[in-house]
Design a protein around this ligand. Structure first.
Ligand code: FAD
Length: 297
């Protein structure tokens, strides 16, 4: 492992899209599977807790000292596309916009929706990220994972993984996603695919506060309802705590409008939950994942 990729007392705020985060005791950015495996081995033999982050686009990290090792997958970004078979082999750190654009340019159909999600492939599988009823689960063939407790590598077929709305079984086991194989429909109309992908990004930019620091939708939509509508109904649009604000553009987004602390953001999440619970009897479950809080993730 190169010393340039391993740090002590490392600030994480620039590794989240909401630009908030504490200091990791140890931090590393492996560039390939061997380096990743070395880090897991190091964490096991030094009895250090190991936590994984991708692009930090669905993460609230507390402004505290985070003990143990944080591994960021963003530099593991090998991407192989076979335009004839439609088979894609991608490492966990490949960004969804890169994947989406590359698919379209290779005439592969089925990834146009993913253009506007600023996360990694690993994060997207872990979160079962998507739009409407589209997600990568549909295209997945298999996933290579590493067991964080034993450093053992395994291959899981799609049928071995449970996917639900913004949930995958990776949220309840101790595996890290290293890479995945996916299949997309080949021989699509290249011009049309590129245009649809562009249009999808334009739509995202017009309907979400894309240009401001956020972590996407804060809450999952409850059954037969919309978190944004429930928050709107409470008159909370634009409501602020410190530098954290409920977006005027989309009520299920919290933006860091100046120098929000993780405490501001956490308090705002709690205020929204309390108001909606008191007035509508609905508990809004956070979609966003948390590091360094007692919140039951
Ligand atoms: C502007 C904006 C728009 C968004 N739009 C959408 C949207 O339309 N739909 C949607 O579903 N989401 C959306 N999101 C949320 C977010 O982009 C997705 O959830 C994304 O998939 C998270 O990926 P990430 O790499 O950033 O994961 P991170 O935020 O870094 O991590 C999220 C969780 O995944 C785990 N994780 C990450 N990588 C791995 C890995 N390799 N192995 C195991 N666990 C891992 C982390 O431990 C953490 O618990 C949006 C976010 C923003 C900021």
């Amino acid at each position: 492992m190169n010393k340039k990729n391993f740090f002590e007392n490392f600030s994480l705020s620039s590794y989240t899209t909401i630009k908030v985060g504490g200091v990791a005791e140890y931090f590393a950015e492996p560039r390939n599977l061997d380096e990743f495996s070395y880090l897991i081995k190091w964490a096991i033999s030094n009895n250090q807790r190991c936590q994984i982050i991708g692009a930090g686009s669905n993460l609230l990290i507390n402004n505290i000292f985070i003990k143990g090792l944080i591994i960021c997958t963003k530099k593991m970004k090998s991407l192989k596309i076979d335009p004839h078979t439609g088979i894609v082999e991608a490492e966990a750190g490949v960004m969804l916009p890169t994947l989406s654009n590359s698919l379209a340019k290779n005439g592969l159909q089925g990834g146009e929706w993913a253009i506007g999600i600023p996360g990694t492939l690993g994060g997207a599988i872990y979160m079962n990220a998507g739009t409407g009823n589209l997600s990568l689960a549909k295209n997945l063939i298999d996933v290579t994972v590493i067991n964080n407790e034993t450093n053992q590598k395994l291959e899981l077929e799609k049928k071995d993984i449970n996917f639900e709305y913004r949930f995958s079984s990776f949220q309840s086991n101790n595996f890290t996603i290293l890479s995945a194989r996916l299949h997309f429909e080949p021989n699509g109309n290249l011009k049309q695919l590129v245009q649809t992908t562009k249009n999808n990004l334009k739509f995202k930019r017009e309907t979400q506060p894309y240009h401001q620091p956020s972590f996407g939708s804060v809450f999952k939509n409850p059954d037969n309802n919309f978190a944004a509508k429930l928050i709107d109904d409470m008159g909370l649009k634009g409501y602020k705590i410190g530098g954290a604000e409920i977006s005027m553009m989309h009520s299920n987004f919290i933006i860091n409008n100046s120098s929000a602390s993780s405490k501001d953001i956490y308090e705002l999440i709690t205020v929204i939950q309390q108001k909606v619970l008191q007035n509508k009897g609905i508990y809004l479950q956070p979609e966003v994942r948390m590091i360094g809080f007692d919140y039951p993730n």
